[in-house]
Design a protein around this ligand. Structure first.
Ligand code: C2O
Ligand code: CU
Length: 495
């Protein structure tokens, strides 16, 4: 395949996606799973990654590949106020396991999809063309987006159709992401690759002189499993959600990254269907968190462990000057076992020039919000073969809650179950007020959130702010297997 002109490839340095050019066109045969999900369970002889892992020189050996750098999308056109992009949602092939090709669905046919870099105050228009054989749509997760452009699960782009999504970008700098949201199949479409980052930048952030350019590195972490032919293996589990046995970062099995002795900013997205992570660096090393879902924290926070639930983002600065050349630092998942422990490795190299980035002691001043106009309680529980909210299944014909535009409300999520439910709201943001399990960590308290991990047996109270837009949106559990079934309700913000 030739790389489209508008797809920017990073220079061929030590950690670029060198073999990007080798991605071929899709073999449609392997991708018919969506049309007939039943074929997942039998059909092909499924030999798992666990069996392959046992072989010597297995493609699952960690730290064998350099971290692939995600390509960035270039606009096809810029006007005085807009950046205009074009994306095709299509099948593709990914080089994930050495010696294999993995069929995927991808934005521009790649996994993870190309990153869009946007600026606050400049509108982005993305013409999304759906070249798949089924409906798709695009949700800008974490974005303030007018209802008609939000990617509500019932607003879909038919096969062969296209839609122009308008993103006003009237919000603070934040690491957002975009993904498919056609109702009932997102656990499969995201798993097969329809996941990409959207890095929103603003002037305030720029003045802070945080690591940027080559030192601003998006990382998309997701667990997967494989068949012997190298294709993704999806195992449906409506209760627990999908659990893979292999960690991919930017589409490579637990890769390694050669780093200079300088500060790096990592924009980390948990792009997994249902797995939560407990990230730790090396033996007991601290990382500096500078941002969460909705953007910068009020001040940087040092952390030795960073929990990351599905769909959450965290921006971490690691200063590799603290380590001697030759040091190998492993970022690991303390919640994992076997192939889901090693996330990636940083190999500290000599050189890199003079440090010109910093992490200031103050990042952003928090805004004051009106006091809550309502109190609402949402019970998360299992009923009638599916996870539900307040005993209800998702019903697009029913409106579940109507907050007033511009108001805030106290929302309490009560989880009496033994599963984590990462609760996400479209179009609006939360501040976390209380957790029944203990104090709210400053890494979560000092920033806007759009996804909150509600732990087993936990009650979490948040302040939801219903601005800037009104209209019909949804909120749901971001364990995709839960949302696909029923664990989603609708809200309409009214004048
Ligand atoms: Cu990231 Cu409704 O989704
Ligand atoms: Cu859930």
């Amino acid at each position: 395949m030739t790389v489209p002109d508008r797809m920017w490839r990073p220079p061929a340095d030590a950690w670029s996606r060198r073999d990007f050019m080798r991605n071929g066109f899709a073999s449609a045969g392997l991708l018919c799973v969506l049309a007939s999900p039943a074929s997942l369970k039998g059909g092909r002889r499924l030999v798992t990654s666990a069996a392959m892992r046992a072989q010597a020189r297995s493609p699952f050996e960690p730290f064998r590949r350099e971290l692939p750098r995600i390509p960035e999308l270039l606009p096809v056109r810029r006007t005085a106020t807009q950046d205009i992009y074009e994306v095709t949602i299509r099948e593709g092939m990914a080089d994930i396991l050495p010696g294999f090709q993995t069929p995927i669905y991808g934005y521009e046919g790649v996994y993870p999809g190309p990153t869009i870099r946007a600026r606050t105050g400049r509108e982005v228009v993305v013409r999304q063309r759906n070249d798949l054989t089924f409906e798709s749509n695009v949700h800008l997760h974490g974005g303030f987006v007018p209802a008609g452009h939000d990617g509500h699960p019932m607003d879909v782009i038919p096969a062969g159709g296209s839609f122009d999504y308008h993103y006003p970008n009237l919000q603070d700098a934040a690491s957002l992401w975009y993904h498919d949201h056609a109702h009932g199949r997102t656990s499969r479409t995201l798993y097969y690759g329809l996941v990409a980052m959207y890095a929103l930048e603003d002037d305030l952030e720029r003045t802070l002189e945080l690591p940027s350019g080559d030192y601003d590195v998006p990382l998309v972490i997701a667990d997967h499993a494989f068949n012997r032919d190298g294709s993704f293996r999806y195992i449906e589990n409506v209760d627990l959600g999908f659990r893979g046995d292999t960690i991919l970062v930017n589409g490579a099995v637990s890769p390694r990254m050669r780093v200079h002795r300088r500060k790096y900013r990592f924009r980390i997205l948990n792009g997994s269907n249902s797995r939560s992570y407990d990230l730790r660096l090396g033996p007991g090393r601290a990382m500096t968190q500078i941002a969460g879902d909705g953007g910068l924290l009020a001040r940087p926070v040092r952390r030795r462990r960073v929990p990351l639930h599905p769909a959450e983002r965290v921006d971490l600065v690691i200063d590799f000057r603290d380590y001697a050349p030759g040091t190998e630092l492993v970022l690991r998942n303390a919640d994992g076992q076997g192939g889901t422990v090693a996330v990636m490795r940083f190999d500290v190299a000599r050189g890199g020039g003079r440090e010109d980035f910093r992490v200031p002691r103050r990042l952003r001043s928090p805004e004051t919000l009106p006091p809550p106009a309502a109190d609402r309680r949402w019970d998360l529980g299992f009923g009638l073969g599916a996870w539900q909210i307040n005993g209800r299944d998702f019903d697009p014909a029913r409106m579940d809650v109507r907050p007033r535009h511009g108001s805030t409300e106290r929302w309490t999520f009560v989880n009496r179950s033994n599963r984590v439910h990462p609760m996400h709201i479209h179009g609006f943001l939360f501040r976390v007020l209380e957790r029944s399990s203990g104090r709210v960590h400053p890494g979560e308290r000092l920033c806007w959130k759009d996804t909150i991990g509600v732990l087993a047996d936990e009650t979490v109270t948040v302040l939801a702010w219903f601005a800037p837009y009104s209209g019909r949106y949804v909120f749901h559990c971001h364990a995709l297997e839960h949302a696909d079934r029923a664990m989603m309700l609708q809200l309409e913000v009214v004048p």
